[in-house]
Structure formats: structure tokens, C-alpha cells
Design a protein. Structure first.
Length: 377
């Protein structure tokens, strides 16, 4: 069997920004299915350092620009034309899209629908295109895979008629994420926070990730506590977050902030295990990967209330009111001052699932791609 994969999103699928979830799943899937050929189509140079199994053929189709019609042309004309010589049996859209002109049976992988609220990580042109065509994509797909119950609910709220097509994939998490001994934590604190305790935010500098509210809440905590605690942000710069990056050098507590832009999984695991607490400010993502990582490392979580964070953390996190900036600062202060509260939250962490890799998710995605065609009601 030949599988054509729209892998354009992998170029922006970074560990700190997205958890590299799509990358983990597709690489695992290709390795699990050595008898089948995968053709991965990119809209620019393939990600550096990405190792492909022998059954993978990467194809680069350069995007001609950043305007809405450039994305339309790439998906509806360049991609079908490039797929034709390979004669694929199945299409997999890792970014939740498919070429509507194509008749190839298609499976979509959808992380979230935040672009419907103009709060996606995509460019404005991409978000506009996605909003316009989402229903057509969902209806044309033979199967749809999501990564959480939050993602499932979002799709069903938008398109209840596709319920029979939906599969929820089980997520994985690297074994690098583990609770750390005291000596290891001290070494990580010295490396990334000058030896001080630190809050960790794992998210790119993007307005939808509420980085500025975290800065303001951290400022209020520093003024209130007169503490040496630091703030470490692991995530990339983004075009939409240019104003945030520009404001950082003039931030009053800039010397207490460490911004790590190119964190790989190993660095993220160290940062997570060494943190005093994880601050998760993202409300509209469909999968709260940093929360799962913190839980596995036995690190407490303070989150701005959102569906994905609630699904991941249950009762084991402190949730702040999205409309109340002071509440976030107060919750950060509580977790910092109250060791008993910290221990109570850690005791409430839900049991981890038995698997820790993306093997099961890849198996479930393959079943969605190749199983019986679901019947629409």
C-alpha cells in the first residue's frame, strides 16, 4: 500500500511548542509498517535532523508565498499533481486538511479547532482558509483522528454528523520524563535558573498562549513575595508573538526570566523535572502535553482554566480564572508558599497509563486509515 502524507505541519512541529506530537506519530507509524510505502510531502525543506525509515520518500513542494491563495494553490493543485505519479491508495492529512479535488480515501489528524476563534498557531491566511473549508474536509474524510476527549468534543460541537468517523488516539510520552532526585534537580536549577527555584512555562511566544498574562502575574508575585524564584519559558519565537519578544528586554524582572528557544525533548524533560511548578497558560489547545509531562515528573501544575488542562490534570492542578489576572498570581503564590498544598496536589495526580511511547497511537491511527469505512448517519 502507498500512503501520501501531507507533512507540511512537521516543519513547525517543535517539542516545546506542540510536543512534536504529529512527528512522533508519523515516524512511529512508518516504522511499524515496513511493508508499506509512505510519501511525505513538505511545503519547504524537511525538518533538520528528522530521520526517515527506509520506506519513507520525502518530497519537497515549495510554498510560493504566504497569502491565502498560495496555501489554496499548494493544497488543491501542487499537492494532487505531485501525488499522482505515486498513485497512493490512502491520504493522511497531519494538519487536518485534504485536497478537495482529490478522490483518494483520506484520514485527518486534528489536534484542535482553535482557528475557529482566530486563536490557532497558523498564520491568519491559513486560519481563514481552514475556517472556510473545515466542514468540507470533515465530510470528505473517510476517518478522523483526534488526540483527546477535548478534541473530540470540539469536532462534534462543530459537526455532530461525523461522529461515526471519529477515533481518539492514546497519547505517548517519552521515558525521559521522570521524577528527579534532589542532586539532579539542584544541577538543573544551576544550569537554567542560577541555582534558584523556578516556574516553567512550556509554550511558544504566541498571543494565544497567554505569555503576557504570565509575565504580569509573575511580576505581581515578585513584588509580593520578594523571592528569588525565576521564570523559565521554553518555546520558540513566532511571527504573531513578535511584540512579546520585543517587550521582553524591557520587562522589569527580565533578569529573573530565562527564555529557551530551541529546547529538544531531552532539555524539556530536564526543565520539567527540575521545575518547582509548571505554569500552563494555554486555554485553547486540544492537548495539554506539558501538563502530562509535569505529572509524570511529579511536578505540580498551575493552569489557566481550559478544557484540555482540565482533562489532563483533573483535581491535581490549581486552576485560575481566565478573566482574573490577579487570580493567576495568587495561585502561583499559593503553590510557592504552601508545601502542604503542593504535596496534596501531587497526591491527586491520576495514575499514568501503562504505555509511555507513541506506539499505541500509531496503531490506532493505522486502524482508522485502513479499517472499515464508517457509515454516516
Amino acid at each position: 500500500m502507498k500512503i501520501a502524507v501531507n507533512a507540511a505541519c512537521l516543519r513547525r512541529d517543535l517539542p516545546a511548542d506542540t510536543g512534536a506530537v504529529a512527528t512522533q506519530i508519523i515516524v512511529t507509524l512508518c516504522r511499524q509498517q515496513p511493508a508499506h510505502q509512505f510519501i511525505l510531502f513538505f511545503d519547504g525543506p524537511a525538518p533538520g535532523g528528522m530521520e526517515f525509515p527506509p520506506n519513507v520518500t520525502p518530497v519537497v513542494l515549495p510554498l510560493r508565498g504566504e497569502k491565502a491563495w498560495h496555501y489554496y494553490w499548494w493544497l488543491e493543485w501542487q499537492l494532487p499533481r505531485a501525488m499522482k505519479p505515486f498513485q497512493p491508495d490512502v491520504y493522511l492529512g497531519l494538519d487536518g486538511t485534504l485536497p478537495l479535488r482529490s478522490k483518494i480515501p483520506a484520514t485527518l489528524l486534528i489536534r484542535d479547532l482553535s482557528f475557529l476563534l482566530d486563536a490557532g498557531l497558523q498564520s491568519p491566511a491559513q486560519q481563514k482558509r481552514l475556517k472556510k473549508n473545515l466542514m468540507n474536509y470533515l465530510w470528505r474524510a473517510r476517518s478522523i483522528a483526534v488526540l483527546s476527549e477535548t478534541g473530540k468534543d470540539a469536532v462534534l460541537d462543530f459537526a455532530p454528523s461525523v461522529a461515526s468517523k471519529l477515533s481518539v488516539l492514546d497519547i505517548g510520552l517519552s521515558d525521559l520524563y521522570q521524577p528527579l532526585e534532589w542532586d539532579d534537580r539542584e544541577a538543573i536549577k544551576r544550569e537554567f535558573a542560577g541555582g534558584a527555584e523556578y516556574f516553567l512555562v512550556t509554550a511558544g511566544l504566541h498571543p494565544r498562549n497567554n505569555i503576557m498574562p504570565v509575565f504580569k502575574a509573575f511580576s505581581a508575585l515578585k513584588r509580593r513575595q520578594l523571592s528569588s524564584i525565576k521564570l523559565v519559558i521554553a518555546g520558540s519565537a513566532t511571527p504573531a508573538g513578535a511584540d512579546i519578544a520585543k517587550a521582553l528586554p524591557s520587562y522589569k524582572f527580565r533578569n529573573d526570566v530565562n527564555w529557551i528557544q530551541e529546547a529538544d525533548q531531552e532539555t524539556l524533560a530536564k526543565l520539567t523535572g527540575g521545575a518547582y511548578a509548571m505554569i500552563y497558560p494555554v486555554r485553547l489547545d486540544g492537548l495539554a502535553m506539558p501538563v502530562y509531562a509535569a505529572q509524570k515528573c511529579q511536578v505540580p501544575v498551575v493552569a489557566i482554566e481550559g478544557k484540555a488542562a482540565k482533562e489532563a490534570a483533573g483535581d491535581s492542578a490549581l486552576f485560575s480564572d481566565p478573566a482574573n489576572l490577579d487570580d493567576l498570581s495568587e495561585k502561583m503564590s499559593r503553590i510557592y508558599k504552601d508545601e502542604q498544598l503542593r504535596s496534596l496536589l501531587l497526591a491527586k495526580i491520576p495514575p499514568q497509563k501503562a504505555f509511555s511511547s507513541w506506539e499505541k497511537a500509531a496503531e490506532e491511527l493505522w486502524a482508522a486509515m485502513t479499517g472499515p469505512v464508517p457509515q454516516n448517519p
